[in-house]
Design a protein around this ligand. Structure first.
Ligand code: FES
Ligand code: FES
Length: 284
């Protein structure tokens, strides 16, 4: 046999054809005696599977177990252990899920957003006629009941001295006086201001308010000035109730007003200057 044929054996159909030609040449008897070549699938009885092995075993002998590799056996027992462990843990997992589902509504509503939610629900129906006094003038406009007072003041009535910043009642930039009390206009809905007396920084022009504004200018109590209208509203309201506040009282009154760019020292000095009495020794 040539090297080529060793490397590339002739296909089965080709060799079959040659054998038939040889049989025809030597006659019908030779053809009958020539044994059929063994087929590839029957050459290896050991690979014939458990059925074939069982056929060779004596009658009554137990059928052999299908062969399992050592690695597969270990994996099967590990899976069985894992399944039983999961079955034990499952009830606890279910309890935890149920507890989480019960807690979910409380988690979804952070406490810091509570003020707006704690307010009474707006009246049902469409827009309402909002009637109130703004900086001494009677106003009447049709708005959605849940529209924020900050939006009414700035967008509907065009008074932009009241600033929009955090909108969650933390910074005090939107501070206005409602019936004489400083309030965050970002947290008030329109329906809550029905017949209220509202004063914004534009309407704060009495002698005390002018003194506060001058004090902020003289002491440099601002830098960008974004917080200043809210500061002036809060300080003016505080001085109306307490003309000579202490440092602690001033800190408490300004707790809802955040300045992001000025040192608070100049703001406290402005309050001290604006106060009607002598500057408090503890204030600076
Ligand atoms: S914008 Fe209202 S408190 Fe900040
Ligand atoms: S001066 Fe800029 S935030 Fe107060």
């Amino acid at each position: 046999m040539s090297d080529d044929k060793k490397r590339y054996p002739i296909g089965e159909s080709e060799s079959e054809r040659r054998r038939q030609a040889e049989r025809a040449a030597s006659g019908p008897q030779a053809a009958a005696q020539t044994p059929e070549p063994a087929r590839r699938g029957t050459e290896a009885p050991a690979e014939a599977g458990p059925e074939a092995a069982a056929m060779q075993m004596p009658a009554g002998a137990p059928a052999p177990e299908p062969p399992v590799a050592a690695g597969e056996e270990g994996a099967a027992s590990a899976l069985a252990e894992l399944a039983s462990a999961q079955a034990v843990l499952a009830p606890e997992r279910l309890d935890a899920d149920a507890a989480r589902a019960e807690l979910a509504p409380a988690d979804a509503a952070p406490a810091m957003l509570a003020p707006a939610e704690a307010a009474p629900a707006p009246p049902a129906g469409g827009p309402l006629w909002l009637r109130f006094r703004l900086n001494g003038q009677r106003r009447e406009l049709r708005v959605d009941p849940s529209r924020r007072l900050l939006a009414v003041i700035r967008e509907d009535l065009g008074l932009t001295g009241t600033k929009r910043s955090c909108e969650i009642g933390r910074c005090g930039a939107c501070m206005v006086l409602v019936d004489g009390e400083p309030m965050n206009s970002c947290l008030l809905s329109a329906y809550q201001c029905q017949e209220a007396d509202i004063v914004t920084i534009e309407g704060l022009r009495d002698e005390r308010a002018e003194r506060v504004k001058s004090a902020f200018l003289e002491e440099g109590g601002f830098q960008c000035g974004y917080c200043t209208p809210g500061m002036v509203v809060s300080v003016t309201s505080m001085l109306a109730a307490n003309p000579c506040p202490s440092r602690a009282e001033t800190e408490e009154a300004l707790a809802g007003n955040i300045c992001r760019c000025t040192g608070y020292g100049s703001i406290f000095r402005a309050v001290c200057r604006a106060s009607a009495g002598e500057p408090d020794a503890n204030l600076i």
